[in-house]
Design a protein around this ligand. Structure first.
Ligand SMILES: [Zn+2]
Ligand SMILES: [Zn+2]
Length: 408
């Protein structure tokens, strides 16, 4: 379930509807695009119906994404969607219920009136809570867990105080009694939250052309100078880009992260090491001893089962691809999964690739990777009636799953 956000176009002021995970505001009125950036996760408020009241905003931390857990014999996965109260008050509603689905959220603005309670819930604690609720399906020892997030944000519920009771400022109904003698909220209140949303002009920093992407893109591309860009600290930073040469003019290009790593805690210094260590049924060629080890990962949101399948298939096959392809002028699938999330998935890919799982799984807690380099690689796929097929890598993806992944 995805929540809707209403935001004014920074150029012309028209109201534009976005999904909570969208980054690119495409104004249908003035046709100017703006990229939404914040150093920290996005913060939203639910608009209140209590004009004239002093509003207190209570924080709820939200995570939506895939959770992978590596047990002794298998990698299990599921989709998690959890929102939980971020302050330690028992009488507050623990979740937002249906509110965010029933109404449109807004970004917190510098001039949003009201005071904001600080969030005490850490992401790791929120995820541990999600874990606890699903412990039945996760029986047995777990050696490693990874969380690949699609949304991590803070949603504020508006409240106000009347006669020592706390009221929900959306429904104007009481939600909790406050102790008369002490002021419990003031010590944890921020009058002026520092959080800020930045609107970035989507112009190529190198050549000045318009960068292109879709609503949910986290990397934008320039079709003029054939470059790719991601936002960091309010600026567009260039991403290393490669395009695999396609045999067909009508190929569709799907983006993948290709990450070169140094492994600690396990002897994987080359592709040959990886094949040996994970016990693949492949005869090791001498040249592979000199081939650098890369992890591959989809650079787009997709169901966890397919995420693991694609990462594993492309990492194990590790085909030497001809990356002299020209930048495709069309059929570019948007990059919706940032590199930071792809990195979270590498250990899961290693675990999922291992044929000798009982041997590899217990080693996972002591294994770590340092990133040597990374690149975004567009790989050509051929479209059939129901699937997207990559013949060289022996990979196929159901078209419906690909569409569905964007609306997880
Ligand atoms: Zn506009
Ligand atoms: Zn450019």
């Amino acid at each position: 379930m995805s929540f809707t956000v209403e935001q004014e176009c920074p150029q012309c002021g028209a109201p534009v509807e976005l999904d909570e995970t969208d980054h690119l505001l495409q104004c249908p009125y003035c046709e100017v695009n703006s990229f939404l950036f914040s150093d920290d996760y996005f913060r939203f408020i639910l608009p209140h119906n209590a004009p004239g009241r002093e509003i207190i905003y209570a924080p709820y931390l939200r995570f939506k994404g895939s959770v992978f857990s590596c047990g002794r014999q298998a990698v299990r996965h599921r989709v998690v969607d959890i929102t939980h109260l971020g302050v330690p008050f028992k009488r507050f509603p623990v979740s937002l219920g249906l509110r965010p689905q029933a109404m449109k959220m807004q970004f917190v603005k510098v001039d949003t009136k009201g005071s904001f309670l600080r969030c005490f819930l850490k992401t790791s604690d929120l995820l541990a809570r999600a874990e606890k609720h699903s412990s039945a399906s996760d029986s047995g020892q777990v050696f490693h867990r990874a969380y690949i997030g699609e949304a991590l944000n803070l949603i504020y519920l508006p409240l106000y105080i009347e006669k020592s009771a706390l009221f929900d400022a959306i429904t104007n109904r009481p939600v909790a009694k406050l102790p008369k003698e002490s002021d419990i909220l003031s010590p944890i209140t921020d009058k002026h939250p520092q959080w800020k949303l930045t609107f970035m002009a989507t112009l190529c920093p190198r050549c000045g052309w318009n960068l292109t992407g879709e609503k949910d893109s986290v990397v934008l591309t320039c079709g003029n100078c054939e470059t790719a860009w991601e936002a960091k600290r309010g600026k567009f930073v260039q991403v290393d880009l490669a395009v695999v040469a396609g045999d067909r003019p009508d190929a569709s290009y799907l983006p993948f992260w290709k990450i070169a790593v140094q492994t600690k805690g396990l002897e994987i210094n080359s592709y040959a090491d990886f094949i040996r260590t994970t016990n693949q049924p492949k005869a090791i060629q001498k040249a592979w001893e000199k081939v650098e080890m890369y992890f591959w990962c989809p650079a787009f949101k997709i169901r966890p089962k397919l995420f693991l399948y694609l990462s594993r298939q492309m990492t194990v096959s590790q085909k030497v691809l001809n990356t002299s392809g020209r930048f495709p002028k069309r059929y570019l699938y948007p990059v919706t999964l940032p590199l930071s999330e792809a990195i979270q998935g590498m250990k899961v890919t290693l675990a999922g690739s291992a044929v000798n799982k009982r041997k590899i799984m217990p080693l996972l807690p002591d294994i770590s990777f340092s990133i040597k380099s990374s690149a975004l690689v567009y790989v050509p796929f051929t479209e059939t009636a129901h699937e997207m097929v990559q013949e060289h890598m022996n990979v196929s993806i159901n078209k419906k799953s690909l569409e569905f992944g964007r609306y997880l």
